[in-house]
Write a protein that binds this ligand. Structure first.
Ligand code: PEP
Length: 250
């Protein structure tokens, strides 16, 4: 059985008080018997407190990024061991905003991915095509190439340590969502090429989640598709009611 996963990507939003208040509200509203894995991702300065506030709840804390080097002269960066030392064991890698604004290439992302898996972190690995790619009917090629340059270069992965987030760039923060059929079509494609590379057992068990303007009113239809195992939620994860409604849509 594939794990259902919903993660909130808070990006560069919220100060300490807002971050703690949002956690408290989510904690209050979250069904304690829920079977879905629920993640939130505050900014680096607030992760330590977030871990403390989430203790005893079903909410897990996810880092939005990590540096690919172990330690050293990388001013402003955060390492895996730093995250580990405050109890973080999950990290997001390859978000399109990191790829675009911070020039993170597939090569850099492969290093981040490989080091994170070596350290037994759970990785949310983001892939997805631009609007231009989709308009030129290149979306399958682009996504396949992103996988070939990164995840497919790693020999052995435990499916429990990897979550693939398909996030069409044209749907992130734009209010445009892939239709449930477009999401299903791409997720099925990803699962198929993953099966060819890592085998059926791996591909049947890995969670592939969708991200791109998911809102409470669109979540259940997208999550209802066979190959969609949950969502990576940006804007709507900053509001506890909306986030919980999305979590409950699975
Ligand atoms: C994201 O940034 O991962 C995302 C899906 O954002 P939004 O839901 O706001 O489109």
């Amino acid at each position: 059985m594939r794990k259902k996963v919903v993660a909130g990507n808070w990006k560069m939003n919220n100060d300490l008080i807002m971050s703690n208040d949002l956690i408290k509200s989510i904690k209050l509203k979250l069904n304690k018997k829920i079977d879905t894995d629920v993640f939130i991702s505050p900014s680096f300065p607030f992760l330590n407190e977030a871990i403390k506030h989430c203790k005893g709840s079903k909410i897990k804390v996810l880092a939005q990024n990590v540096n690919e080097n172990k330690s050293g002269a990388y001013t402003g960066e955060v390492s895996l061991s730093m995250l580990k030392s405050i109890g973080i064991d999950s990290v997001m890698i390859g978000h399109s905003e990191r790829r675009e604004y911070f020039h993170e290439t597939d090569e850099i992302l492969l290093n981040k991915l490989s080091n994170s898996l070596d350290e037994e972190f759970k990785v949310f690995f983001c892939i997805g095509e631009s609007l231009k790619d989709r308009e030129n009917d290149l979306h399958f090629d682009v996504v396949e190439q992103q996988l070939k340059n990164t995840i497919f270069r790693i020999n052995k992965i435990n499916f429990k340590n990897l979550i693939i987030a398909y996030e069409p760039v044209w749907a992130i923060g734009t209010g445009l969502t892939a239709s449930p059929d477009q999401a299903q079509e791409m997720h099925a494609f990803i699962r198929k090429i993953i099966a060819e590379k890592f085998g059926d057992d791996f591909s049947e068990n890995i969670s592939i989640i969708y991200g791109g303007s998911v809102k409470p009113n669109s979540a259940s239809e997208i999550f209802g598709k066979n190959d969609v195992d949950g969502g990576l939620i940006g804007g709507a994860s900053l509001n506890a009611e909306d986030f919980i409604e999305i979590v409950n849509s699975i």
